[in-house]
Design a protein around this ligand. Structure first.
Ligand SMILES: [Zn+2]
Length: 202
């Protein structure tokens, strides 16, 4: 790698971190160092089946359309992608609607520690749910806030409190504060009413 290439890479990471508050190079904290990682499609599928049940139990979030999960780095790595994809490029959701055949395409980066895999996947499955139920179609800040809120809970329930708290600190020019307004609502009204409130939003 040339000096210029190294500098460009470093700049990209620095800008990405400044924009989103995280970069893929900043992910694994001490909490995850002993957790096993999700490296294969069978492992990923099993972890997803378990998570799908948890999302139903904890948040009454249930999908009717099939989910096509791929263990793959989302395309467009770098700070430009992070302008549009606030999850820091570890996951990506794309609706699939080909005539009558409808489904959810989800990409999650391979090799993530299991709690991080679950939280990123949960975030993307919330976007899938929002798309299916046509909720939060206009309020993009709250759409992102809801996904991060669920991500936060999935991490907290796994005991990854340090990682969960990091989510609250993510800076983003547009979405940074949305998770806090959802958590605030939950603090004042409880989880069930918060879910109902989110469903009522445009
Ligand atoms: Zn998102």
């Amino acid at each position: 790698m040339s000096v210029v290439e190294k500098l460009v890479n470093w700049l990209g990471r620095t800008v990405e971190f400044a924009m989103t508050g995280r970069s893929e190079y900043q992910f694994t904290t001490s909490e995850f160092q002993t957790a096993r990682t999700i490296d294969g499609s069978v492992q990923a599928r099993m972890a997803m089946d378990e998570l799908v049940e948890d999302l139903d139990t904890w948040f009454q979030i249930k999908l009717a359309w099939p989910v096509f999960l791929e263990l793959k780095h989302p395309p467009g790595i770098g700070w430009k992608a992070s302008l549009y994809h606030t999850e820091g490029n570890m996951g990506r959701y794309t609706p699939q609607e080909l005539g009558e055949r409808r489904g959810h395409e989800v990409l999650v980066a391979p090799g993530l520690p299991r709690p991080r895999f679950r939280s990123i996947l949960a975030h993307e499955l919330v976007h899938a749910y929002q798309h299916e139920k046509k909720i939060l179609t206009k309020n993009i800040a709250l759409r992102e806030g809801m996904a991060r809120w669920v991500e936060y809970h999935v991490l907290s329930r796994a005991g990854a409190h340090e990682e969960a708290r990091r989510l609250l600190k993510i800076k983003h020019y547009m979405f940074g504060k949305a998770i806090k307004s959802v958590l605030e609502h939950e603090k004042n009204h409880g989880l069930e009413k918060t879910l109902a409130w989110l469903h009522e939003q445009d």
